[in-house]
Design a binder for this molecule. Sequence first.
Ligand SMILES: Cc1cc2nc3c(=O)[nH]c(=O)nc-3n(C[C@H](O)[C@H](O)[C@H](O)COP(=O)(O)OP(=O)(O)OC[C@H]3O[C@@H](n4cnc5c(N)ncnc54)[C@H](O)[C@@H]3O)c2cc1C
Length: 510
Amino acid sequence: MSEPFFWWTEDQLKISEKVREFVDKNLEEAEYYFWKKKFPWPLVKKVAKEGFFGTGIPKEYDGLELGATGSAIVAEQLGRLYSVGHVFTVSMLAGLEQILRYATEEQKRLWLPKLAKGEELGAVCITEPFAGSDAANVFTSAKKEGDEWIINGKKRYITGAGVSDRYFIYAKTSDDPAIRKQYGHITSFIVEKGTPGFTLEQINPLIGLDNVPNGYLDFDHVRIPDKNRIGAVGKGWNVMMAGLNFERLIGSAVFGGMFEDTIKLLFHFTQRRVQFNRTTNQFPGVQAGIAEIISKYKVARTFSYYCTKLLDEGKEPMIEASIAKLMSTEFGRDCALKAIQILGGDGLTRFLPTERFLRDAKIGEIVAGTTEIQKMIIYRFSAMLPRYNSSIRFRWDEEVNAPLISMKDSKFKGLELNEENILKIIAHDYKINPGLYMTPDDVREDIGGGSRSTIRKIFEILESQKSIVCHRDRQGKIVLVKATYEGLQKAFPKEHYQWFPEWYDDSDKF
Ligand SMILES: Cc1cc2nc3c(=O)[nH]c(=O)nc-3n(C[C@H](O)[C@H](O)[C@H](O)COP(=O)(O)OP(=O)(O)OC[C@H]3O[C@@H](n4cnc5c(N)ncnc54)[C@H](O)[C@@H]3O)c2cc1C
């Protein structure tokens, strides 16, 4: 069993034990396919026979109903079977969450039991030659004709291209700029292998994922029935977003097993390698390196399982799932490099699994939203949360003669809303935050409320008098204000702004 968490259910503990035994038994076979560069069909069939593909699928659709946590437990172990982990993950991503949340009951009954059986593999098709991180910019189009949709376009970088039977695609169903602005121009569909006009264009030679095909797909007047549409027309963006947290977490989980095997390898190897008449594990740098790898592994793993628990409880851990994906892949790349350094030249050969861990972790930093995109999500979504993003108020305390972080009212509260008082507030802020501007709301809060449009008009007057400078957004709206040197002089005598530490000699002041 992999190291369990106290919140795992009995069934999740059981599957953890079962999948670990399965993986241990099949490690050698996975290595065989890796070396032969063969798609591991026989192993994938064994995974299917064990029922692992159904881990996250509800029982009523022939699954095991073990949630995102169960799926992550399975992905983590299957990741130790190299390509098998990625095949499992991608197949889960090719519609599981999307179908669960957006399909009709009839569609669920049709697709979910197939997914659970794992007899057919799935691929997820978002990326196109001109649509990478900007996933909404799809050119592939779907046009309705009677009861059918006609798909034209291309997809690229598709994991499992060719070997998969089920392709979960996103296509443009509107060119109206207003609809596009609302992200209402995309619809999702399932296209099955063998549909006329649907062909494989290219297989990519990649840095990693050695025996998993990744390629380009071509859709040339591909006709599919309307029943293959998942979710309402124009709701494709929502369908895509619905699966993203799951995708990031299960994608992170796949690296967990590789981490654990790397740690094991490092202990094994460094207790047996002798240099300068000592085993290398006695060198402090080696011990520190292994300790760092263990620390990063445990932090990333614990946080990822915390996120799957949130997902299983019906929450949408958008920020957290991005952090988990970011940590697992960045830590993975970092730790793989460190492991290679500890192993020396042996770490660079293909005979040890560290070099492939490095190559795959690098891929991890690009797929399913690059590191930069994860950081963008973390920043943007955090900026919406008042607990992180709200104004910090400082009050000048005369007794201690310093600015104190304070929840008390400003000394300007209740003053009349006029030019003189607004300038005083803005100028006084120079004493507290000399290099910062104030937002209109900071000013309004200091004076204790009042009409925003009146305050804006006062800003404009003060600006025309050259008492303040206004910073405007692209639409011309005032978003920040600051007193000019002239404004500072008008508001208070210069002594108001002076401050010297007690030890500073009066004779040195001028
Ligand atoms: C091995 C592999 C497997 C894949 N599997 C699949 C799959 O199964 N299905 C699928 O649909 N796709 C798949 N992809 C595609 C993958 O999701 C994209 O490669 C990824 O989203 C990045 O898009 P891009 O490669 O076009 O890079 P680009 O979007 O062109 O990005 C190039 C660089 O610009 C940066 N960048 C872009 N936009 C911003 C921004 N707004 N702010 C800051 N930086 C930015 C990126 O972070 C990156 O560093 C796979 C890719 C690989 C390599």
